[in-house]
Design a protein around this ligand. Sequence first.
Ligand code: GAF
Length: 381
Amino acid sequence: MSSLPEPAAAAELVQCTWRAPGRVNLIGEHTDYNDGFCLPLAIPQGCTATVSPLAEPVIEVISAQREGPVEIALAELAPGALADEDQWAGYIAGVAWALAERGHQLSGLSITVDGDVPAGAGLSSSAALECSVASALNDQLGLGLDRSELVAVARQAENDFVGAPTGGMDQLASIFGERGRVLLCDMRSLAVEPVPFDLEAAGLTLLVIDTKAPHQLTDGLYGERRDACEEAARLLGVPALRDLSLEELSDAMNRLPNETLRKRARHVITENDRTLACADLLRTGQLRQVGPLLTASHASMRDDFEITVPEVDLAVEVLLAFGAFGARMTGGGFGGCVIGLMEPAQARAAALAVVAAFAGRDYLEPVSFPVTAADGAHRLG
Ligand code: GAF
């Protein structure tokens, strides 16, 4: 009688798969939530999300890396709905929630993810998850969202569903990434300028050392840094620290009431300046010359923003001792990864030297790998 397909048959009709990358931030750390500048690159490691329809009004989340599945009724989809052991699914369910919050009609969906960005290493495994899922849902549900809207959806999932008060750089990099380019991101206007970063042509390696020192963005320390920056901006009478130039630094230092606020503000003001200087050098193909800016950025994160840990400081020292043009921690900090810009011939010896130095101090064994600038979110099938 009815010409409608059976639910099970409908569920088999369509599915789509998208991949979105993690990122390395070349420079411009903790500047994004200060309306400032950052210079990330999308990396080859990423997350693949496959979405297919379900007959039942539920979101089913399956991860190749986790026990599961996790199932949430559409009617119950809200921040706080997930049990403690299912929190990992929040980055995925949160995207569906963000779409619903924006008025998009959801139906039952199965979402399967599979990623190879090391979790908790500061390489934005969470943005890779969110952006692959946002892109796949956009496609599957025919929502017609553009890339800027996808960034906003992914960020809403992270900020308001997962509860990590992050600044948006990671989602921008994951969606807008371009092979052979870093992205100069203006985090006030959200304008993105791809800047050439062809490591192979320059005869360089960007080596990542995952120090295995755990890193988390929901443990309060990240939020504390953010609060301090906002407090400094308020006391200095500007909308955000982005509004202060290097020329205004010494006046700002005189006006802030305590050493902690002075250090936090000095990091952000000098980091914005280093990031713009770095983009200027890269525009004219001077890749080696950015090295000292990377190393200065690390010193600023270590001494002023105070977000490094002994493992990352040691890895940076060893990379520099082994001839890196520049080295720094990348990402939110308090652990995670270090990057070193170096000659390919030096990379292997440097990586082995980091392993040896860590073994001597009883740190966990670090893992290293080179990265290149890769494409942002794209459809696989
Ligand atoms: C994390 C956050 F998610 C970003 O928004 C950014 O603040 C970064 O730390 C530090 O630059 O990756």
